[in-house]
Design a protein around this ligand. Structure first.
Ligand code: SF4
Length: 188
C-alpha cells in the first residue's frame, strides 16, 4: 500500500528509478502517459519545403482524409535535421488558415474588385506580358552600332524567401530572356 502511494510521487520515482534527471517516465502524469502524437493518425506523409525563408528547411507534411493535420521538420534532411524554427513550425496555419487564397485573383485595369481567374489563363497572361515588355524594351545595338542584344523592358527582383535553386533558375531564365536588371532583396 505504502509502496503504491510512493510510486504515485514523481520525486520518489525519480530517485528510485532509472530516470534520475526527471525528464522521462519518472515525471509522467497519468494523462501524459496516455497522450498520443497527433501525427500517429496520419494516412500518409508528404515531403515539402518550408516556404518562409531561403534556408529551405525540409518538412514532413502529415495528411489525413486528404487534409493537412500537421507539419514537422524532416529528420532526414541535411539542411534542418528534423528542426523547424518557430515560424516554420506554424506553416500549417499558412496552408489551412481561413485567409489562405486557393485561386488566382486578378484585378483588371480600373477595376475595383478582384476576380477569380483560372491558372492557365493567368499563366498565359503573364507570359504574354513578359514577351510584350521584352519586345518593347529590346535594344539590339547602341548608337554606335555595337551589339547589345538586351532588353530593359523588365527587371527581376527576388525575395529572401527564394532558395538557392530557385534563384539559380530565375537568374538563368531572365538572363536568357535578355534582361540585365536582375537583383535580389538580400543584396539591397
Ligand atoms: S522560416 Fe524557419 S523553418 Fe522555414 S526555412 Fe526558414 S529557418 Fe527553416
Amino acid at each position: 500500500m505504502i509502496k503504491r502511494l510512493l510510486d504515485m510521487w514523481p520525486v520518489y520515482r525519480q530517485i528510485t528509478g532509472a530516470d534520475w534527471l526527471g525528464r522521462g517516465k519518472a515525471v509522467q502524469s497519468k494523462r501524459s502517459r496516455t497522450l498520443k502524437p497527433r501525427t500517429e493518425e496520419a494516412d500518409r506523409v508528404v515531403h515539402s519545403v518550408c516556404p518562409y525563408c531561403a534556408v529551405g528547411c525540409s518538412q514532413n507534411v502529415f495528411v489525413k482524409d486528404e487534409k493537412v493535420i500537421q507539419i514537422e521538420g524532416n529528420p532526414n534532411s541535411p539542411v534542418n535535421r528534423g528542426r523547424l524554427c518557430p515560424k516554420g513550425s506554424c506553416s500549417k496555419q499558412l496552408v489551412t488558415g481561413p485567409q489562405r487564397e486557393n485561386y488566382v485573383l486578378y484585378r483588371p485595369p480600373y477595376g475595383t474588385e478582384w476576380q477569380r481567374m483560372d491558372l492557365d489563363t493567368a499563366m498565359d497572361k503573364v507570359a504574354d506580358r513578359v514577351l510584350d515588355a521584352r519586345r518593347r524594351g529590346w535594344q539590339d545595338t547602341d548608337d554606335q552600332g555595337r551589339a547589345l542584344r538586351r532588353t530593359l523592358g523588365f527587371a527581376g527582383l527576388g525575395g529572401a524567401a527564394l532558395d538557392n535553386e530557385e534563384n539559380y533558375l530565375i537568374k538563368k531564365l531572365f538572363t536568357a530572356l535578355g534582361a540585365i536588371q536582375i537583383e535580389n532583396q538580400a543584396r539591397i
